[in-house]
Design a protein around this ligand. Structure first.
Ligand SMILES: NC(=O)c1ccc[n+]([C@@H]2O[C@H](COP(=O)([O-])OP(=O)(O)OC[C@H]3O[C@@H](n4cnc5c(N)ncnc54)[C@H](OP(=O)(O)O)[C@@H]3O)[C@@H](O)[C@H]2O)c1
Length: 326
């Protein structure tokens, strides 16, 4: 067994690499010459690096030599232009699938990391389930769905599509903003009290490795999430309690969020640098909920994402402090 992992330099991919290395599985990383190796430095003596990009079919073809399993985690979660999402999340996935198909049956499985955003928003009383028709509301979500279709329509190897909701934990720079706000005594209070599914990053990594070999997973799509659902407010309260800081609520009505997102969109287009908030993000922020049901994964593979918010925040906080990110 020899696994090719894309996106190992990123937040999620680096934890998948931790899980693969903990099991002693032979792993090859597809990295760009520019990829930052800070999260994966400790594994570099034990893994093979192959230089390339999911945007470059020839480099993918060469990286596939001797590979029996592929984990495709590389993706664009932000982009300065809408086309940037599709180039990476659809075009890049198309190239990965073509490279797998080019191996004439030697690749036994492709695990593809998609997102709840591909399925679209859902409320706690009717959580997203795998059989429901997808209805993504952002270009990110639409591009992730387009990537899923590249896999399900064209992949000749057994594949598994995983749809995590928002991921949090050590090395995450997105929820770090919430930790920083709380540290500065600010408790953001969004106008829409969205209910969210979450997944702790190490649970997601274990789910990926489970799906790499589990016979029941072949050809399936799974939501990978903890059963517990939260609101941003509940998350901020938990962070404040663990950091032992007092906070002042900062109301963020939707009417205020829109101009903030618009300003970031304009800045992003002017500078060419992807921003966290933009008009795409606004669509996701104003959705009533992002809740999914992990029952199918649990029943068919026996794997459940067991980390609840409290220990998940404890682990993230410890890492942020250790790395002086907070
Ligand atoms: N974070 C979340 O909350 C979340 C939730 C649901 C789904 N996901 C999915 O999980 C995956 C990883 O997300 P993440 O949060 O870990 O993002 P991240 O930290 O930004 O990492 C993205 C990874 O993709 C690689 N990549 C991007 N474009 C590439 C290209 N053209 N060729 C090769 N590699 C490329 C990056 O490599 P470089 O280092 O070279 O840039 C990096 O390793 C994505 O598919 C995302 O859609 C994430």
């Amino acid at each position: 067994m020899k696994i090719l992992l894309t996106g190992a330099s990123g937040f999620v991919g680096s934890h998948i690499l931790d899980s693969l290395c903990a099991r002693g599985l032979a792993t090859v990383l597809l990295l760009r010459p520019t990829s930052n190796k800070q999260f994966i430095a400790s594994h570099l003596p034990d893994v093979e690096l192959r230089s390339g990009s999911i945007g470059d079919p020839e480099s993918l073809r060469q990286a596939m030599a001797g590979i029996t399993h592929v984990i495709h985690c590389a993706g664009a979660t932000r982009a300065s232009r809408v086309s940037g999402f599709y180039e990476v999340n659809q075009g890049g996935t198309r190239n990965v699938v073509a490279a797998v198909n080019g191996q004439a049956g030697r690749v036994q499985r492709l695990v593809h990391i998609s997102s709840l955003a591909a399925a679209g928003p859902a409320l706690p009383e009717a959580p997203a389930r795998e059989d429901a028709p997808p209805h993504p509301i952002s270009e990110y979500g639409k591009s992730k769905l387009a990537g899923e279709l590249e896999v399900s329509n064209h992949c000749q190897a057994a594949y598994v599509i995983l749809r995590p909701p928002a991921v949090y934990g050590p090395r995450d720079a997105e929820f770090l903003r919430l930790f920083k706000a709380v540290k500065n005594h600010v408790l953001p209070k969004p106008g829409t009290a969205q209910t969210l599914s979450l997944v702790f990053v190490k649970d997601l990594a274990e789910a990926v490795v489970t799906c790499l070999q589990h016979p029941a997973a072949a050809g399936k799509t799974y939501f990978v999430a903890a059963r517990e659902t939260v609101t941003a407010r509940r998350m901020a309260d938990e962070i404040a309690a663990q950091m032992k800081v007092w906070t002042v609520p900062l109301p963020l009505p939707t009417a205020l969020l829109w101009p903030i997102c618009l300003a970031q969109e304009v800045m992003s287009r002017l500078t060419g640098k992807p921003s966290v908030l933009g008009l795409q993000k606004f669509a996701e922020l104003r959705a009533p909920g992002w809740v999914c049901d992990p029952t199918r994964l649990e029943q068919e593979t026996g794997y459940a994402c067991a980390t609840t918010l409290k220990p998940g925040i404890t682990a993230a906080l410890a890492w942020y402090r250790q790395q002086h990110w907070l």
